[in-house]
Design a binder for this molecule. Structure first.
Ligand SMILES: Nc1ncnc2c1ncn2[C@@H]1O[C@H](COP(=O)(O)OP(=O)(O)OP(=O)(O)O)[C@@H](O)[C@H]1O
Length: 604
């Protein structure tokens, strides 16, 4: 290898498979090559006297692995045969540069490419491999060891095929994977929640190959005993406080109040039975209090000491390779529903923080004390229409992804509405807008609240990341029942939805909430009050078309860090990221940046 000009540029003559002899140049940003013209160079090597119209450069940012492979055949491009695949073959030492091309437009999938170089001298090949590996090791911390869960029945039943497609990418990149194909619902949850801290510390992350539901299981298995934060106030706690603003919906005010207020003025929602439809909940009764924090921000704690792993932390990441029916989390975080692109995000060690909603279900025990049980959601928690769809769709799993269309149509035709009370915490922005008395303040508010779509390197999400140290104190600013910003709605709702992220999907390409951020510490509460059937249809059509779905008087849309919910209906069902959760009383709070994801944000 010769050094040329600047100390950081090197040139060598190598052989490139299916091209011929090339002059290869390594510069600080990438690798380029030029076919050597035999006649003009006077070289006696195995080359041809014409140039190929092929790719002749790859940037290091687009290289995910460099591998020395064994002695073997390299083919040149045979100009006489007219086919690049029937050239002369020569034996030599070889190495492969594995890379990818980013799509030309934002949000398009990345495609793989590889270049096999060869030389008769093994040391030359070795030296190139070493230099290339050094050049491609960027600041990003690439994972070395991952735990992988594959859901074989997800989506159209192609979870295993999806994994087999991307597995070679991991093995080229020398990422160790410990793979479990799930046997039943709850399998991944059980495996992850039962890992000791030491076992968990031996991995850099966990990857789910499936849909949003499998990701939800992985998330819950991880956080169930490792997240330690105060619960949001319960609905009863809020009821005990007197200075909260109350609003009643225009429609059905009297019916809503009559059934929601008990004789003593306190909430009298019926209690749910403890044996509900959420099989995992028994294992999730919060036992996270008092767990000590991992003290380092730079990597896993020393695996020799069994230091407890807790969340948030700076090193552990989750990955999601899409193979599900909806894949809203992947579409909202990588911008494309493509397993190869997601696998590359994981291998390159991309990292972004993700808000997670802590959904606390309150039940009253025989001794009348409130007993919380906790679930976590990364994308969406919804009641009413959303709960009905998920419950209805369970019976039609055999339909695959189409079950959601079918169940959605059935739920829509039933047009059920539910009496409920929702109490949410206004944001400081909303508070400011209420008291803005002069034009200047009001203009400032408008500027600050201008809708900004969340993208890769989103300034709103990054502000937090730069300012924050990963600790529970930052991820959740404690929410008090005494806060004067609680605002209450009672009435009949077609649905109550909480979008933590935009929830982009193929049915609603802009998402349920186009301006939702991945890590801003807020969720978007969408209250759809009871309204005539055609109006609701119009709202759903607007969602699909990407026009403003909140432009209706029967829709309330609020950005909030927390809310509580009480329903008067015994059979109340929530859809928490695709999981059925039966609950009449719920508190939800956003834990800012609680989880790191192997992604860099959508490039939309
Ligand atoms: N081997 C299995 N057999 C049956 N159910 C499983 C199995 N493994 C996981 N599950 C459960 O199946 C549910 C749905 O899984 P997943 O999200 O992967 O697929 P999907 O429903 O097709 O996709 P999406 O959630 O994107 O709509 C999850 O809640 C998970 O708990």
């Amino acid at each position: 290898m010769e050094r040329n000009g600047s100390a950081s540029t090197s040139i060598s003559t190598l052989f490139l498979d299916r091209v011929g002899e090339v002059a290869v140049t390594l510069d600080p940003d990438g690798l380029s090559w030029k076919p050597i013209d035999c006649e003009s160079s006077g070289s006696s090597c195995l080359c041809m006297n014409y140039r190929l119209k092929t790719e002749n450069r790859i940037e290091f940012s687009n290289v995910y692995a460099v591998e020395l492979i064994d002695w073997g055949l390299i083919e040149d491009a045979n100009r006489n045969s007219g086919s690049f695949f029937s050239g002369n073959k020569f034996e030599m030492y070889r190495f492969v540069v594995h890379g990818f091309h980013r799509g030309k437009t934002h949000g398009s999938p990345w495609t793989l490419c590889e270049y096999t170089f060869g030389h008769k001298d093994m040391h030359i090949c070795q030296s190139w491999v070493e230099r290339l590996i050094a050049s491609t090791s960027t600041d990003a911390v690439r994972p070395k060891s991952l735990l992988v869960f594959v859901h074989p029945l997800c989506g159209k039943g192609n979870g295993v095929n999806t994994w087999e497609t991307v597995a070679p990418i991991f093995s080229h990149a020398k990422v160790r994977t410990e793979v479990t194909v799930t046997q039943r619902a709850g399998h991944a949850f059980d495996c992850i929640s039962s890992l000791s801290h030491r076992e968990l510390s031996s991995f850099d992350g966990i990857v789910a190959v499936g849909g949003d539901g499998l990701f939800n299981e992985v998330l819950n298995g991880l956080l169930s005993s490792r997240h330690d934060a105060p619960y949001p106030p319960s609905p009863q706690e809020l009821d005990n406080k007197s200075d909260k603003n109350c609003q009643h919906l225009n429609n059905d005010i009297s019916r809503g109040r009559a059934s929601l207020n008990g004789a003593n003025g306190m909430l009298s929602a019926p209690l749910c039975g403890s044996d509900d439809l959420a099989p995992l909940l028994s294992a999730v009764e919060s036992n996270g209090l008092g767990i000590s924090k991992c003290t380092t921000n730079n990597g896993p704690c020393d695996a020799d000491e069994d230091v407890k792993v807790s969340f948030p932390n700076d090193w552990f990441r989750l990955g999601l390779i899409p193979a599900g029916s909806t894949d809203a989390i992947v579409i909202s975080t990588t911008g494309t529903r493509d397993p190869v692109t997601s696998a590359l995000h994981i291998i390159l060690g991309k990292k972004m923080s993700l808000d997670i909603a802590q959904v606390v279900r309150w039940k009253t025990s025989p001794s009348s004390t409130e007993v919380p049980s906790v679930r976590y959601a990364a994308s969406f928690a919804g009641y009413g229409f959303y709960g009905d769809v998920i419950k209805e769709s369970e019976g039609y799993r055999w339909m695959g992804p189409k079950r959601y269309d079918f169940a959605g149509t059935v739920a829509f035709l039933k047009h059920r509405s539910y009496e409920a009370k929702v109490t949410f915490l206004k944001t400081e922005e909303q508070e400011t807008s209420n008291i803005a008395s002069d034009i200047q303040t009001s203009q400032l508010f408008q500027k600050n609240s201008k809708n900004v779509v969340c993208r890769a390197n989103c300034s709103i999400c990054n502000d937090f990341k730069n300012a924050a140290q990963y600790s529970a104190d930052v991820a959740v600013s404690p929410i008090h029942s005494q806060d004067s910003r609680w605002l209450e709605y009672t009435g009949r709702f077609l649905s109550v939805g909480a979008a933590i992220i935009s929830c982009r999907n193929e049915r609603a390409p802009k998402g349920l909430v186009a301006e939702a951020h991945l890590a801003d510490g807020f969720l978007h509460l969408i209250l759809i009050k009871d309204c005539p059937h055609p109006l609701y249809l119009w709202h759903l059509i607007n969602l699909k078309r990407g026009s403003n779905p909140f432009d209706f008087t029967f829709v309330e849309h609020h950005k909030t860090p927390a809310f509580t919910f009480v329903s008067a209906h015994n059979e109340s069902v929530w859809n928490v990221d695709g999981e059925i959760l039966q609950a009449c009383q719920v508190s939800v709070q956003v834990c800012r940046g609680l989880i790191n994801l192997f992604a860099s944000g959508p490039e939309v």
